[in-house]
Design a protein around this ligand. Structure first.
Ligand code: NAI
Ligand code: MG
Length: 484
């Protein structure tokens, strides 16, 4: 094939008005952390400093929880549901109006391609607010009794892979159900949450309904252990999810935990191969593979494996890796040095345990954190790269002979978040979907998200569901429980 050079198509940074310093958002205002500490957030594609944000400790968490409690008792729980809904609609509309600014800030802080933040993260985040705005005054028809009640104050902890979208998954249903929140963003990606705090001010949201305390795992643990929160909502690693479950076990706090995954993407012999290849690419290389529901285990029927792999490698050679702000970029920067180290470490075990590594010949930028799109073939069930979440652009390929073997391999994991099925036969798709132990199953597509659709996992992938009517259940007490 002859060279086809793309001209650069950079998105402008001019719209992103990132302040050199941010305080914590408590009681509707930006305030300095009590101990005056701060930490840096950088652009992982360039390693440039973007801003210094406040480091919240136990005393700041306490102030935020007090502010959320006061807002809950005095304002939010007393407000007619229809009025709560209006605030959520207002927030959703402002997010849409400021979508470009959000997309640019997200890409600078996270390293994901602007195409993805612009077309996926930000529109979906706004959609979550629109969707839940609609529920606010209809909760008595949601199937949780005639007078479902909010829980109170919710502590929410989110990861760095979809910073604004995870904020929306957490805050929108909590507020719609009448709760107030204290949210802790991830340490490498705090900026869109702070921009969201400005949106709360702009929408005139009553002070204290949303509080945002930036910090690290210690800040997160202080929130989990605060005696005056009623629930913890967490998305992140299984390890921290288990620690949270242990810390709240002797309390009345409830929890939803969205944890890791190692999704099987099953390609049957009758699948439309070109479509399947696009789905495999999307499944593992979307968002640099920093996706809990990523299709990180490709399981192909043996008689079509050669054809699928040949087409997959050809397609991988066309992936454009580089400047996340370039509108042509497909694969951006790895979010942090720590995550890059983890991807490198687990991938090396693939080499050591005898799998075969392949990457297209792609030049990586010299500054920042990068990993090439990579596949391992000859992977067996016992390899670490088949069992552990790599959370990067690395695909493990296995094969199967019979449909029963496909299901057995797919379910042989401690996780159960998502799965994909590629087949031309509806009956086979339905049969496989029934056997797979995964919370979300896509057929002839992958990574499709909708606020109306519940998301969550089996086994070590977590507790509870987010999104849809099922997600609301985690933020409400039904009549029967209230009367007890
Ligand atoms: P992590 O689970 O440590 O961090 C997620 C969030 O939890 C962050 O806001 C962090 O500050 C907070 N946190 C950390 N320790 C805490 C504690 N003891 N109590 C309360 N909050 C705490 O994830 P990390 O270290 O960023 O990534 C490690 C691995 O976790 C990744 O390589 C990936 O495999 C997995 N992960 C999975 C995610 C998912 O969506 N399922 C998201 C992020 C990471
Ligand atoms: Mg950052």
């Amino acid at each position: 094939m002859s060279d086809f050079e793309y001209a650069n198509a950079p998105e402008s940074k001019a719209i992103a008005n990132i302040s050199p310093n941010y305080g914590l958002f408590i009681g509707g205002k930006f305030v300095d952390p009590k101990k005056g500490k701060s930490f840096s957030t950088i652009n992982p594609a360039t390693e440039e400093l973007l801003s210094k944000v406040g480091y919240g400790d136990k005393s700041d968490i306490d102030a935020a929880v007090r502010s959320a409690r006061a807002a809950y008792t005095k304002i939010w729980s007393k407000m007619p549901a229809k009025e709560r809904g209006k605030y959520l609609y207002r927030i959703a509309r402002i997010m849409q109006e400021r979508a470009r600014e959000f997309a640019v800030v997200e890409t600078l802080d996270n390293g994901k391609p602007i195409r993805e933040s612009r077309d996926t993260d930000i529109p979906l985040a706004a959609a979550h607010f629109f969707y839940h705005a609609g529920w606010a005054d209809k909760l008595e028809y949601a199937g949780f009794g005639s007078k479902p009640k909010p829980l109170g104050v919710v502590g929410q902890i989110i990861p760095w892979n979809f910073p604004l979208l995870m904020l929306a998954w957490k805050i929108a249903p909590a507020l719609a159900a009448g709760n107030t929140v204290v949210l802790k963003p991830a340490e490498t990606t705090p900026l869109t949450a702070l921009l969201f705090a400005e949106v709360c001010q702009q929408a005139g949201l009553p002070d204290g309904v949303v509080n945002i305390v930036t910090g690290d795992g210690i800040t997160g643990a202080a929130l989990v252990n605060h005696p005056d929160i009623n629930k913890v909502a967490f998305t992140g690693s299984t390890e921290v999810g288990k620690a949270i479950a242990r810390s709240i076990s002797a309390t009345k706090k409830t929890a939803t935990l969205e944890l890791g995954g190692k999704a099987a993407n099953l390609v049957f012999e009758d699948a439309a191969v070109d479509e399947a290849v696009e789905g495999i690419i999307n499944g593992i290389f979307f968002n640099q593979g920093h996706v809990c529901c990523a299709g990180s285990r490709l399981i192909i029927q043996e008689n079509v494996a050669d054809e699928v792999l040949e087409k997959l490698k050809k397609r991988m050679s066309l992936i454009r890796v580089g400047d996340p702000m370039d509108k042509n970029t497909d694969l951006g920067a790895i979010n942090s040095k720590e995550q890059l180290n983890k991807i490198e470490e687990i991938s090396k075990t693939g080499d050591a345990e005898g799998a075969n590594r392949w990457s297209p010949d792609i030049k990586l930028p010299t500054k920042g954190f990068w990993y090439p799109p990579t596949i391992f073939t000859g992977v067996t069930q016992s390899h670490r790269i088949a069992r552990e979440e790599i959370f990067g652009p690395v695909l493990s390929v296995l094969t199967f002979r019979t449909p029963a073997e496909a299901i057995e391999k797919a379910n042989n994991t401690m996780y159960g978040l998502s799965a994909g099925i590629w087949s031309d036969k509806g009956a086979k798709v339905l049969w496989a979907a029934k056997q797979l132990k995964a919370g979300v199953i896509w057929s002839n597509t992958f990574n499709k998200f909708d606020p109306a659709s519940p998301f969550g996992g089996y086994k070590e992938s977590g507790w509870g569901r987010e999104g849809g009517r099922h997600g609301l259940a985690g933020y409400l007490i039904s009549d029967s429980k209230v009367n007890k």
